[in-house]
Design a protein around this ligand. Structure first.
Ligand SMILES: [Zn+2]
Length: 128
């Protein structure tokens, strides 16, 4: 059940996730990424969000996605404006430039591996 709840968070398309507050420990990284975009008009070809559970990685990534898509990002360096057409599309879950991969395409996590092992060991016990 916890895994199911976690998956629902991954699919959260409400404005809560796109416009979540920037947490204090995220500010340096936020400035590094956004200044690079504003000055060099570029980002690395891939970004990996990794760290301890509960640090706000998912919200940070969605906040960055919203800001990258925001048409007013030049005048809103700390987050998407929440008003422009792009931000409205995000809020309604209809942004034409945002494609989110389905959960079945995601790599299997250690947690789901543990659940599969538990499930298969239960089946083994039933067979005996
Ligand atoms: Zn905007």
């Amino acid at each position: 059940m916890n895994n199911l709840t976690g998956n629902m968070d991954a699919l959260d398309n409400t404005d809560r996730i796109y416009f979540a507050p920037l947490l204090p420990w995220q500010k340096v990284l936020w400035l590094q990424l956004t200044e690079r975009v504003l000055k060099q008009q570029s980002l690395p070809h891939a970004l990996l969000a990794a760290g301890m559970q509960g640090m706000g990685k998912r919200a940070f990534v969605w906040r960055l996605v919203a800001w990258l898509l925001c048409r007013e990002r030049g005048t809103h360096p700390l987050g998407a404006c929440e008003v422009c057409e792009s931000c409205q599309w995000l809020k309604s879950g209809t942004h034409p430039s945002l494609q989110v991969l389905p959960l079945v395409s995601m790599p299997i996590s250690a947690e789901s591996d543990a659940l599969q092992e538990k499930s298969s060991s239960t089946k083994d016990k039933k067979r005996r």
